[in-house]
Design a protein around this ligand. Structure first.
Ligand code: HEM
Ligand code: HEM
Length: 229
C-alpha cells in the first residue's frame, strides 16, 4: 500500500535551492567578471558555507539526508541496475551524482580562494601561495567550471528522464519534502541541536575561507626623507 512519507527535511531542501541560486550567480558573475568579481568572491564564500553545512548534515541530519543511508556501494548499484531497488531517498546512481556535484562545487570554491584575475581581484587566501601557483589554481578554476556544467547537465537530464520516462516526479519532493512510496518510513532525527551544530561549523568554515584570520599586510615602507631645501 502506498503512503506519503516525510523524505527531505527542510534544511536539505533549503540547502539545495540556495545552492542552485548561488551556483547560477557564481557562474554568471565569474563569466562577466569586471565589477561583479567582488560579488563572485562573496557568493563563492557563501557556497563554501552551504557545502560544509551539507557535509555535516550528511552525518547528523535526518534519515534520508545522511550519507550512510545512500552511500553507493557496488552491491547497491548492481541491485539498482537490475531493477531491484525500491527504497526511498537518493537511488545509488543518483547518489554518485550527489557526491560528484558536492565535490566539484566544493573544490571549485576552494580553488577560487587562491585564484586571481590578473587585474585587481584575488581570492582571500591568495597570500598563502605565490603568483605562479595562484595562476595554476586559477587555470584549474576555469577547467573545473566546465566539469561543473557537465555534471549539472547530467543532473538535469536524469531528473527529466525520471519525469518523462519513469513518470516519477523527483522535483516535487525536493520542494514539499513529501513523497508517496510503497515502503519506507518518515525521516527522523536532524533536530534543532543538529541544525545549530551544522550552522556553526558552516560559519566557522566561511570564516576560515574568508582569510579574516590572516595577519594584515605589512604597512608600506615610510616615504624616503625629503630634503628640506
Ligand atoms: C562554486 C563556486 C564558484 C564557481 C561555480 C565559480 C565559477 C567561476 C567561473 C565560471 C569563472 C569564469 C571562468 C572563465 O572565464 O572561464 C570564474 C572566475 C573567477 N573566479 Fe570563480 N567560481 C566559484 C568560486 C570562487 C571563489 C570562492 C573565488 C574567490 C573568492 C573565485 C574567484 C574567481 C576569480 C578571481 C576568477 C577570475 C579568473 C580570471 O579572470 O582569470 N571563484 N569562477
Ligand atoms: C546549479 C545547479 C544545481 C546543482 C549544483 C544541484 C545540486 C544538487 C545536489 C548536491 C543534490 C543532492 C541533494 C542533497 O541530498 O543534498 C541535488 C538533488 C536534486 N536536485 Fe539538484 N542541483 C542543481 C539544479 C537543480 C535543478 C534546476 C533542479 C530542478 C529542476 C534540481 C532538482 C533536484 C532534485 C529533484 C534532486 C533530488 C534527486 C533525488 O530525488 O535523488 N536540481 N541537486
Amino acid at each position: 500500500m502506498s503512503k506519503a512519507i516525510r523524505l527531505w527535511d527542510l534544511p536539505t531542501r533549503l540547502f539545495h535551492w540556495l545552492l542552485v541560486l548561488a551556483v547560477i550567480a557564481a557562474v554568471v558573475s565569474g563569466q562577466l567578471g569586471g565589477g561583479l568579481i567582488d560579488w563572485h568572491g562573496r557568493i563563492g564564500l557563501f557556497i563554501i558555507g552551504l557545502v560544509v553545512f551539507r557535509l555535516v548534515w550528511g552525518l547528523i541530519g535526518s534519515t534520508y539526508a545522511r550519507f550512510a543511508q545512500f552511500f553507493p556501494t557496488p552491491a547497491k548499484i548492481r541491485a539498482y541496475l537490475q531493477g531491484q531497488w525500491r527504497q526511498p531517498g537518493h537511488n545509488p546512481l543518483g547518489a554518485l551524482s550527489v557526491f560528484g556535484l558536492l565535490a566539484v562545487v566544493g573544490i571549485q570554491a576552494v580553488l577560487g580562494l587562491f585564484a586571481n584575475d590578473d587585474i585587481a581581484f584575488h581570492g582571500p587566501l591568495y597570500d598563502l601561495v605565490d603568483k605562479a601557483m595562484s595562476n595554476r589554481l586559477t587555470g584549474l578554476h576555469h577547467l573545473l567550471a566546465n566539469l561543473l556544467f557537465l555534471l549539472v547537465g547530467l543532473h538535469l537530464a536524469a531528473i527529466a528522464f525520471y519525469a518523462i520516462g519513469k513518470k516519477d516526479n523527483l522535483v516535487r519532493p525536493m520542494l514539499t519534502g513529501k513523497k508517496t512510496v510503497e515502503n519506507g518510513e518518515d525521516a527522523r532525527g536532524g533536530g534543532p541541536i543538529a541544525l545549530i551544530v551544522a550552522l556553526l561549523l558552516a560559519a566557522a568554515a566561511v570564516h576560515a575561507a574568508s582569510g579574516a584570520w590572516l595577519p594584515p599586510p605589512p604597512p608600506p615602507p615610510p616615504a624616503a626623507e625629503v630634503p628640506s631645501w
